[in-house]
Design a protein around this ligand. Structure first.
Ligand code: NAP
Length: 247
């Protein structure tokens, strides 16, 4: 059976991806950091529909946790087919002169370092160089990497810009090892993340500037993630799918 590990799958886009992947035949490793109850609800919902899933606690910005996470997923499900690097955070909107060193560290560790560490551990399971059978990696970036998110969170935008560069480089590094690396760049998706930016109704404020005139649903991003993770996208590597309502 194919196995997908999704980081930050207790809520939002990660949870929607977990439900979709299970419906389409994957065993799903549902990673969370703090929201155990939410992760367990995702697992329950998958199991009720006859799917296979398990919740795994790990702070993916912590190297020891990441190593343990991949070991636990291997013990439970065997070889990994797909990794979705979805976990991410943002902090209160502000201009750059108000961003502290500590905040930069939190943002880059949670969004960028975590993605590097998880890619590294996935390569050790997927690459034929380590007796793996290949696989797919999908990074959840953000359209902020293109816009820079001025006056809101340049730090977050830059942390996702680094994820874009990682996607391009790693796709080429792994192309002849049967591992494809791609990314989605969402924007304006209805999830809890906007509240942590200090503006829960951010989408409402800007929706008239979005060509499709609405925010997106987590499931609409999950469809793009799943396509990139699946065999349906077999001739694509190092690409980006923008799920942004046309902005
Ligand atoms: P969300 O609803 O706030 O969910 C974030 C998820 O990430 C939660 O499951 C959270 O788990 C997990 N997480 C955060 N830090 C973690 C860590 N250190 N270790 C493990 N898990 C961690 O956010 P979302 O909107 O679904 O965002 C998912 C991804 O999409 C993020 O990378 C985000 O940057 C990106 N994105 C979202 C939007 C949007 O409009 N929503 C736009 C562009 C990009 P815990 O609660 O357990 O910590």
């Amino acid at each position: 059976m194919k196995t997908m590990l999704i980081t930050g799958a207790s809520r939002g886009i990660g949870a929607a991806t977990a439900l979709l992947a299970a419906e389409r035949g994957f065993s799903v490793a549902v990673n969370y950091n703090k929201t155990k109850g939410d992760a367990e609800k995702v697992v329950e919902s998958i199991m009720q529909k006859g799917g296979l899933a398990k919740a795994f606690q790990a702070d993916v910005s912590n190297e020891e946790d990441v190593i343990r996470l991949f070991e636990e997923v291997y013990t439970e499900f065997g070889n990994l087919t797909s990794l979705v690097n979805n976990a991410g955070i943002l902090e209160e909107q502000c201009r750059l002169e108000h961003i502290t060193r500590q905040r930069l560290q939190r943002i880059f560790e949670s969004n960028t370092l975590s993605t590097f560490l998880c890619c590294r551990e996935a390569i050790k399971r997927m690459s034929p160089k380590y007796e793996g059978n290949g696989g797919t990696i999908v990074n959840v970036s953000s359209i902020a990497s293109r816009t820079g998110a001025p006056f809101e969170y340049i730090d977050y935008a830059a942390s996702k810009g680094a994820v874009d560069s990682l996607t391009i480089g790693l796709a080429k590094e792994l192309a002849d090892e049967n591992i494809r690396v791609n990314a989605v760049r969402p924007a304006f998706i209805h999830t809890d993340i906007h509240a942590s930016g200090g503006e829960p109704n951010r989408i409402e404020r800007i929706k008239e500037t979005i060509p499709l005139k609405r925010g997106g649903l987590a499931n609409e991003v999950a469809e793009a993630i799943f396509w990139l993770a699946s065999e349906q996208s077999s001739y694509s590597t190092g690409i980006f799918i923008d799920v942004t309502g046309g902005r």
